[in-house]
Write a protein that binds this ligand. Structure first.
Ligand code: KG4
Ligand code: ZN
Length: 363
């Protein structure tokens, strides 16, 4: 049974996501119930360049967007005509990539004569924590989990929000340099691990016998009470630990031999410091916003089991409810776009055909 009555409970949304290197489409029904979530990843396309190449991403989205939308409709078992509204991730991201999804979303909304809803991708990562597995309804109505503290940890973003309503986000803090996933990817490169870095660092850190206290890497605090993040100092500390500290002429002093055991120690110590930094800022945010009794967390780095465990321990200690995005919704997907789009439409926040792709996040 749907949680809420009214017109909004009848709405079926097609979601579209093309902000970076995943072409995705999804159908989300009343409930909210994810009917389908199709994702075409471009990881292999960009792997030789060790990073996303914007022009390649844009071109690949053009080739894939219609087949991916067809796949989402087919696996949901619905016809295009039965879609009530189209939601599209329109910011932030690579401009040439976003334009593909926004153009497709506009064309579909216009040709179907249905509303168009522009959705902020980072905010949608927070919403992903409210989604149940495909076909099921969440145990708790997504509106009943608010107000909440929102945490997004991905390759492009590390952000804390206060979420008072699905159309009422307040940004509390974010990274001032690298995103958490980016820091994991750079750590992987320093340790000689292949792309994608994050899961490989996690695997190496989990080597039996690896010590997460082999190095006391810095946990950035910024200013007292700050809810911002910084990971560049941690990355540099790892680099020096692996390769030696450079002298005044830039010549590194010899570091301890980079044996397999040492690499595992460094990975474990890096991961612990990175996770400590996230836990520190989440704890500070809960101190500063004592009325928030729920944490909603999403983003690619939440695939990390050590981070999930640490957030669970923190939530238990603070006696707050923790909702982590299910693994299939941690990375970029369109179910989170359709889901948040549904809430925005219900709150009267439809867009129109003047909607633009924008590289920066909603302020
Ligand atoms: O959300 P996402 O798929 O893409 C962005 O929107 O950025 O996040 C990808 C990031 C990458 O930096 C990847 O290395 C990281 O998430 N990641 C992980 C793990 N799995 C993915 N980081 C640490 N541990 C993991 N298990
Ligand atoms: Zn993302």
């Amino acid at each position: 049974m749907a949680h809420s009555a009214g017109v909004s409970s009848l709405v079926r949304i097609l979601g579209i996501e093309t902000s970076c290197d995943e072409t995705a489409a999804a159908v989300v029904d009343a409930g909210p119930r994810v009917r389908s979530s199709a994702i075409a990843s471009q990881h292999e396309l960009h792997a030789p360049f060790a990073g996303v190449v914007p022009e390649l991403a844009g071109r690949a989205h053009v080739e894939r967007i219609l087949p991916v939308i067809d796949e989402a409709l087919a696996s949901a078992g619905v016809r295009l005509e039965s879609i009530d509204a189209v939601a599209v991730g329109h910011r932030p991201g690579l401009i040439g990539a976003l334009l593909v999804g926004v153009s497709a979303g506009k064309a579909l909304a216009w040709s179907l004569g249905r509303p168009l809803i522009g959705v902020d991708h980072v905010r949608a990562h927070v919403y992903s924590a409210a989604l149940a597995e495909a076909g099921a309804e969440p145990a708790v109505d997504p509106s009943a989990v608010l107000p909440a503290l929102g945490l997004v940890v991905s390759g492009g973003h590390t952000t804390l929000f206060r979420v008072d309503g699905w159309a009422a986000f307040t940004r509390l803090g974010g990274t001032i340099d690298d995103a958490l996933g980016e820091a994991f990817d750079k750590a992987a490169a320093i340790l000689g691990l292949p792309h994608p870095g994050g899961p490989n660092v996690e695997r190496l850190a989990a080597t039996p016998g690896a010590s997460d206290r082999a190095e006391e890497f810095p946990v950035s605090r910024i200013a007292p009470g700050s809810l911002d993040f910084s990971f560049s100092g941690l990355k540099t500390a790892l680099l020096y630990a692996a390769r030696g500290v450079p002298d005044r002429r830039g010549i590194p002093a010899p570091a301890a031999a980079l044996t397999d055991a040492r690499r595992a120690d460094l990975a474990a110590s890096f991961q612990r410091a990175a996770i400590d930094a996230v836990a520190l800022k989440v704890g500070r945010a809960l101190d500063a916003h004592a009325d928030l009794r729920t944490i909603l967390a999403g983003g690619g780095v939440l695939a990390n089991a050590a981070l999930r465990r640490r957030l669970a321990a923190l939530a238990a200690e603070r006696d707050v409810t923790l909702r982590l995005a299910r693994p299939e919704y941690c990375g970029d997907n369109a179910a989170m776009i359709a889901g948040l789009g549904r809430e925005l439409l219900a709150a009267g926040h439809a867009s129109d055909l003047s909607l633009e792709a924008e590289p920066t996040a909603t302020p």
